[in-house]
Ligand binder design. Structure first.
Ligand code: PEP
Ligand code: MG
Length: 751
């Protein structure tokens, strides 16, 4: 029966309407068990009651009418207790309450299970039978499994239907949603979808002009066919015949009567082309999915691929006519570096995405570009939002869809306030980050993307604390040569000379895969990342080390930083290769200069090796993004656990204190270059813990400087002492926010 429940969930995954999906659930669940009725109640948020949304076997007029409060009757009992009940005779249960509309007097056997998503009870699924008998073990197992599996699918459909209701509702579609603040700043603009929305998030819409929709569909099918033929021809030199025949199979699918006639029929009934295509493709895919034959079942994916191809062309037509909006809010499921860089910088006002999190590398890029960004909008059906006006608050992580005139006024006023703050910050440009009692805190830059722009203003900064070389590698189709790397590094070192420039060796892997070197690991963040990759590829590593040593010749402001160190022999091996590169270069008569060497402390094991590492390196740099990820076992780029990736978790604060203590005992300086250093309140805390320097993006630097110049180092130490005593991160957030507010820095408080 378990396979059966999976099948039901798969089927409802293909439904775009909640009503249809729930009708299918109750019908399938009832027929899979020895039940006489099956129903689903969903929470009605405004009344806080559970409303009967679908039923099979109860009187049909009750749907949409019968409702119970939380804790009222057995349905309310299941919702309140978040527990499954399986009863031979429902009226015997103390929680029983007769729901008049359903006329359920004749039922006795009752089983109810909560439908839960991310800890929230969305509703209750109920199975009933006339007989006085509990549901048997197999039925109970099937039913509870089904209820558990339904949570995600129902939540997704609820979010979608809430969206379309609100978009077309009386407040003219104004919707506020909360995501993860990923890059500060405010922006208002028109939404631009970066990639074709998946079929499922294509909304229903009436066709404004049926003939035009039909023509657009035909044109998109022809374009998709043409594209596939051309790709097949291009690939014919590299692919074997049996693989190439797949292209022909796809073209045949595109020509199929079912696909074409089915879509056209739907358009003629009034659906727009994209909605008609979606329904046809999902219907065809389901036919394949329902077969027992795994080969045929896998063809469902081919059908969906074909659908995405056609959708891409349907959307492409829309993009060509619209170009990039003047103030563009780029949106996507997950935005890549290439997608962001496709939009002209002067048109890119903001970024929102369904996936991603504050320490994902896309977020780091947004901060480097100074583009406000909100990510982790997990239930946002972006396909519904094409061309909507959007206001993005990257500081608080709020997105307002179709803002009202009052919202726009408020945004504009806050933008003016931001400008006033920027002007105040501008006045600090030439001032050092010195605390009120005179302690100087070196503030360095994190660079990678947009480095040229910042390098041109190098005189304003104290140096570079982290140059992420991987972004240079990722933005290309091939590995950069030694000479290309040399030019890049040399330019950087010259721009900042004599100030220090810390260049980190290639830190690929995790969510930074080289486009020409995919490894498809199951756990990429625990795989061949950083130093593990470069030690496995001495040919790539040596090229980079040679370029770095050459670039440093005669300038001597280079510091090399090795990423993802988790054991001492990695440093030994890396230093061995560095020596070899140096000896080779001198033997070749090429100028080269040895740099200072640092190790990233971002894997917990490295903390306990600091004494040994200190015998080999000159300084340490704490990568709080990864250190938090690995210490707390929280994937830094998974928005579902984003709330758990918190730099202020007591364990993170303690480990940073420990690192500082161990490094200082060996007389080695220790800086922080993770995103934590760029958060004003956390920067203050890091100073209090005893960190020697901070490194952050240029857009974060003025606010951190402002903060440090407002406090004394003693106040910072007192805050650190209190934070080290706190048992959870919420208290530390409160502690730091209160300190900022008390110092008049309300604008920097993170809520
Ligand atoms: C870190 O992990 O904190 C860090 C600075 O490195 P990255 O974010 O590039 O992994
Ligand atoms: Mg890291």
């Amino acid at each position: 029966m378990l396979a059966n429940s999976r099948q039901i969930v798969k089927e409802i995954g293909g439904k775009t309407q909640l009503k249809e999906a729930l009708a299918l659930v109750v019908q399938r669940a009832k027929s899979s068990m020895d039940a006489d009725a099956c129903s689903v109640y969903l929470k009605d948020t405004p009344t806080d009651q559970y409303l009967l949304k679908a039923a099979d076997g109860l009187i049909s007029g009750a749907v949409g009418k019968a409702r119970v409060s939380r804790n009222e009757g057995l349905v309310g009992w299941v919702a309140a207790h978040e527990e499954v009940v399986n009863l031979a005779n429902a009226p015997d249960h103390p929680g029983f309450h007769h729901i008049a509309e359903t006329e359920e007097e004749s039922f006795h056997g009752f089983m109810g299970a909560p439908i839960v998503h991310h800890g929230r009870v969305l509703g209750v699924i109920v199975a009933q039978k006339h007989e006085r008998r509990r549901f048997d073990n197999d039925e109970a197992a099937f039913f509870t499994t089904l209820a558990t599996q339904l949570g995600g699918a129902i939540n997704h459909l609820l979010a979608k239907s809430d969206f379309s209701r609100q978009l077309n509702g009386p407040s003219r579609g104004r919707i506020l949603i909360k995501g993860i603040p990923c890059a500060p700043g405010l922006a208002i603009g028109s939404l631009l979808l970066s990639q074709p929305a998946d079929l499922l998030s294509t909304p229903d819409r009436r066709a404004p002009d049926i003939a035009a929709e039909e023509a657009a569909f035909q044109a998109a099918v022809s374009a998709a066919k043409e594209e596939l033929r051309a790709s097949g021809e291009r690939m014919s030199a590299y692919l074997p015949g049996e693989v190439l025949s797949l292209f022909d199979a796809y073209v045949m699918m595109l020509e199929s009567e079912k696909l074409n006639a089915g879509t056209v029929a739907r358009i003629r009934k009034g659906q727009w082309a994209r909605g008609a295509l979606r329904d046809t493709i999902l219907e065809l895919a389901l036919v394949f999915e329902q077969t027992e034959d795994p080969y045929l079942a896998a063809r469902a994916e081919d059908i969906r691929n074909i659908g995405r191809h056609i959708l891409l062309h349907l959307q492409g037509t829309a993009r060509a006519s619209g170009e990039y909006p003047r103030q563009c809010i780029l949106a996507g499921m997950e935005l890549s570096l290439a997608e962001i860089s496709n939009v002209p910088r002067d048109r890119l006002s903001g970024i929102i995405s369904v996936k991603g999190s504050a320490v994902s590398h896309t977020a780091i890029i947004c901060r480097a570009l100074g583009v406000p960004a909100v990510m982790g909008l997990t239930d946002l059906p972006i396909g519904y939002l094409e061309n909507c006006e959007i206001a993005v608050d990257g500081q608080q992580g709020v997105v307002c869809i179709n803002p009202s005139p009052a919202d726009i006024n408020e945004f504009r006023q806050r933008m003016q306030e931001e400008q006033a703050i920027s002007a105040e910050l501008e006045s600090l440009r030439d001032k050092p980050a010195r605390t009120v009692d005179g302690v100087l805190v070196p503030l360095f830059l994190n660079l990678g993307i947009g480095a040229d722009e910042v390098s041109a203003r190098a005189a304003e900064y104290e140096g570079v604390g982290l140059y992420r070389t991987e972004f240079f590698f990722i933005a290309r189709d091939t590995l950069p040569t030694e000479d290309e790397q040399y030019s890049l590094y040399r330019h950087l070192l010259e721009s900042f000379a004599p100030k220090p420039v810390t260049i980190r060796t290639l830190d690929t892997g995790g969510d930074k895969e080289l486009p020409f070197f995919t490894t498809a690991e199951t756990n990429p963040f625990l795989g061949r990342r950083g130093i593990r990759f470069t030690l496995d590829h001495p040919e790539i590593f040596l090229t980079q080390l040679r370029a770095l040593l050459r670039a440093n010749a005669g300038i001597n402001n280079l510091q090399i930083l090795f990423p993802m160190i988790s054991r001492v022999n990695e440093i030994d091996a890396a230093l061995g290769l560095l020596d070899r590169a140096y000896l080779d270069l001198t033997a070749e008569g090429q100028p080269a200069a040895k740099p200072q060497i640092g190790a990233m402390i971002e894997v917990p094991s490295a903390v306990y090796l600091i004494a040994a590492l200190s015998r080999r390196v000159d300084f340490f740099s704490i990568g709080t993004n990864d250190l938090t990820q690995y210490l707390l076992a929280v994937d830094r780029s998974n928005p579902r656990v984003q709330g758990c990736h918190d730099n202020l978790h007591p364990a993170v604060i303690h480990v940073i204190g420990d690192i500082v203590h161990r490094a200082h005992r060996q007389n080695k300086p220790v800086g922080v270059c993770g995103e934590m250093a760029g958060d004003p309140a956390s920067a203050l805390l890091l100073l209090g813990i005893g960190v020697d320097s901070l490194s952050m993006t240029s857009s974060s630097l003025p606010r951190v400087k402002w903060t440090l110049r407002t406090f004394t180092s003693r106040q910072a130490r007192e805050l650190a002492d209190k934070a080290l005593k706190s048992e959870n991160e919420a208290d530390t957030h409160q502690l730091l926010n209160n300190a900022l507010s008390a110092a008049g820095l309300n604008a920097l408080v993170r809520r």
